[in-house]
Design a protein around this ligand. Structure first.
Ligand SMILES: [Zn+2]
Ligand SMILES: [Zn+2]
Length: 159
């Protein structure tokens, strides 16, 4: 399994490529979305400004905030939009986006854990009442691989 850091940099590469390929009008929608999140209009989103519903945890903000300045600029938000558009879920344990194989609860369909948190599921706070999990692969991992492979093997673009 890739480390959290290299996984993040892969995701950022994919997010930048994804954005580049969007039609101009959709890029503009992303810019408008960013302006909507940037409540005080300073061109950056601070921790106090809430992100999209469903991505609430502090650790998720830190995941996006690659330079660690406590603010998200538009470049860093490309990752947020990439995750949103590809319906990436978030680990209920650590709050990180689920970018590779994860475990989903079979009983409630809305409780997913990353591999690390699944391994430590008995220590979760608060605990989870169900124990039937199934391993799933998120769609975003396929999207990331395709975007990055196209760059590493440009001849595939001809197909
Ligand atoms: Zn986790
Ligand atoms: Zn459950």
């Amino acid at each position: 399994m890739a480390s959290q850091r290299s996984l993040r940099s892969r995701m950022q590469t994919a997010a930048a490529l994804y954005y580049e390929r969007l039609p101009y009008a959709v890029q503009q929608e992303h810019r408008d979305l960013f302006k909507g999140l940037d409540k005080n209009g300073d061109g950056r989103i601070s921790k106090a400004e809430p992100l999209q519903a469903g991505y609430p945890k502090k650790s998720f903000f830190s995941f996006l905030d690659t330079d660690g300045d406590g603010l998200l600029d538009f470049e860093e938000c490309k990752s947020l939009f990439f995750l949103m558009k590809n319906k990436a879920g978030v680990c209920e344990g650590c709050g990180m986006p689920l970018l590779e194989s994860y475990y989903g609860c079979l009983e409630c369909h809305a409780f997913d854990l990353c591999t690390t948190c699944y391994g430590a599921r008995n220590k979760l706070e608060p605990g989870h009442p169900h124990s039937n999990f199934v391993q799933r692969k998120p769609m975003i991992s396929t999207v990331m691989n395709e975007l990055i492979d196209q760059v590493n093997h440009p001849q595939l673009l001809i197909l």
